[in-house]
Design a protein around this ligand. Structure first.
Ligand SMILES: NC(=O)C1=CN([C@@H]2O[C@H](COP(=O)(O)OP(=O)(O)OC[C@H]3O[C@@H](n4cnc5c(N)ncnc54)[C@H](O)[C@@H]3O)[C@@H](O)[C@H]2O)[C@H](O)CC1
Ligand code: K
Length: 506
């Protein structure tokens, strides 16, 4: 599904109206009717007294249309105009006049004077994609009162106060249980904290042709299960050739684990095996290889020169590099730890190997220690899998800055570095070097635990080793990782979910 910015949405509206010739009022009628249908679906015949909070722009006008349709369906509806509607222009004025003649009951909002107990629910039609900055004046006051009322709020297009492009919340911002996104979902509805403020997001067509988004070059997407099958080839990938042997599914090299973080290597290796690749070789410091023998019996262990403490510092890059021969991909980083000179070491591996490479955890930190200057584009593809903290170090930002506009950041970073980038966290985003961004919707808070990332790195490496394109490996890996978490969370409380469960449920 396409995910648009406020600017893209405005342009799509404009093209539909001016070039296709669908009048603005027709789009608005479709929008308001869709909102009414979804509110009716959610509230049924139990909660029938609805207040509609109406702003002065087109978002408010959509709300007036919704009010008409809800009244027709038998609801008791009251418009609350946030500003004096006699000053309104354009479509808003048209809808205001229709409301007078229909008639719909209306009043102008006076701060502190609304008896909210008259309502069973509210429709937020205050601000949409035309809003700028934090809600001001009476808009701010009515949002505060509406939130404080405790009533369920259904938002038209976006919750008022949400930054539609980044998902950050202005103060104040409506907290909705339902958001009816018009024509396309918006970036801000698909990233936290916006996704939380929006509640359930339902996208409704209003007459803007879907193909127009492609024409305009919209390149941000969410992926439904159906789209995973059809567009990302997940269905085809699941069908393993019956005349296959272990050599058919690739050989993955994993460089991971050290004395205090051996589990990262175990999880990564197990996830890789469960992800379907034919062979996995796990390179690890010699001292820990003994105790771990037999823990992952399906993998081959490659003990490396030990520094005496189960660490990697004695392993020359020249010892690791030849191990990539005959491998289809490599994962580097989970639980490796850090040591003096590790950045140069990592750079040597980067420059002198030509297998597709997944860099995670300490591998990313080694890269970050060289500063923010991009490393030369590798011959073979690279997938970086940072969490927000690692991303911050790579980009020379704070974690808060990373989280403030995840989509904008990953798109720019992936393009600049020529890598596929997986920025983890609730609603993981994946950016490709050619400027596409995918937002993942699977997964849950039970996965917010140490080890989840190691599983993801191993899984993506496994998919790369099986010959998937880096974009496909990253998108399918992230999707399946979250889906495994969702299946696990259906069987046990999310508190009790473990990274090992993710592997089981793969
Ligand atoms: N034909 C169409 O274009 C369609 C649009 N749809 C709906 O329209 C909104 C976007 O409407 P727009 O008129 O561009 O803006 P808003 O209603 O979001 O904003 C109204 C108005 O509010 C003022 N304002 C802006 N920021 C603030 C603020 N922070 N505090 C207070 N006031 C603010 C400003 O003057 C704006 O003009 C879209 O979301 C859809 O709901 C329909 O979908 C149909 C097609
Ligand atoms: K709104």
């Amino acid at each position: 599904m396409y995910v648009v910015t406020a600017e893209e949405m405005r342009e799509l509206d404009r093209l539909t109206i001016e070039q296709i010739g669908i009048p603005s009022l027709v789009l608005m009628e479709n929008a308001g009717r869709a909102v009414a249908e979804e509110v009716f679906r959610a509230a049924g015949t139990g909660r029938t007294r609805w207040g509609v909070l109406v702003g002065k722009g087109n978002n408010g006008a959509d709300g007036v249309v919704a009010a008409r349709h809800l009244q027709d369906a038998g609801y008791d509806v009251q418009l609350l105009y946030v500003e004096d509607p006699s000053l309104w222009k354009g479509e808003s004025a048209v809808q205001r006049d229709i409301a007078v003649h229909y008639p719909l009951r209306s009043e102008v909002y006076v701060p502190g004077a609304v008896d909210w107990s008259r309502f069973d629910g509210l429709i937020d039609a205050l601000l949409g994609t035309g809003s700028r900055g934090a809600p001001r004046g009476p808009y701010a006051a009515i949002i505060e009162e509406a939130n404080a009322s405790g009533l369920p709020i259904a938002a038209v297009d976006i919750p008022s106060g949400l930054n539609a492009n980044t998902g950050s919340l202005n103060k104040p911002c409506i907290h909705a249980f339902l958001t009816v996104a018009l024509a396309f979902t918006k970036r801000g509805l698909e990233q936290f904290p916006g996704a939380e403020a929006a509640g359930q997001v339902i996208v409704r067509r209003i007459g803007i042709p879907g193909g127009l988004a492609d024409k305009l070059g919209v390149s941000t997407f969410t992926l439904t299960a159906e789209e995973m099958d059809e567009k990302q080839g997940l269905d085809a990938f699941r069908k393993r050739r019956s005349d296959s042997h272990k050599g058919s599914f690739g050989h993955l090299l994993i460089a991971a684990g050290s004395r205090t973080m051996s589990g990262a290597g175990v999880l990564c290796t197990r996830a890789a095996i469960h992800g379907g690749c034919g062979l996995v070789t796990w390179a690890l410091p010699d001292r820990i290889s003994g105790p771990l023998t037999g823990l992952v019996p399906e993998a081959m262990l490659q003990p490396m020169e030990d520094n005496g403490h189960g660490g990697w510092s004695a392993v020359a890059a020249e010892q690791l590099i030849p191990l990539t021969e005959g491998k289809e991909a490599m994962v580097l980083g989970p639980g490796m730890g850090r040591w003096d000179g590790d950045t140069l070491w990592m750079r040597a591996v980067w420059d002198q190997t030509d297998v597709p490479l997944v860099v995670d955890a300490d591998g990313l930190n080694m890269m970050a220690s060289s500063g923010t200057k991009p490393w030369p584009t590798r011959k073979a593809p690279v997938i970086l899998t940072p969490h927000p903290g690692e991303m911050a170090r790579l980009a020379g930002l704070t974690t808060a800055e990373v989280q403030a506009d995840r989509i904008g950041l990953v798109r720019a970073f992936a393009a600049e570095r020529g890598v596929t980038l997986v920025l983890k966290g609730a609603r993981t985003v994946i950016a490709t070097p050619d400027g596409k961004v995918y937002i993942n919707r699977t997964g849950n808070s039970g996965m917010a635990k140490g080890g989840s990332g190691d599983v993801l790195a191993g899984l993506i490496g496994s998919l790369l080793a099986q010959g998937l394109h880096p974009e496909q490996a990253a998108v399918i890996g992230v999707f399946l990782h979250g889906q495994a978490g969702d299946r696990a969370a259906a069987d046990k409380p999310s508190y009790a979910l473990t990274a090992s469960d993710l592997i089981t449920y793969l």
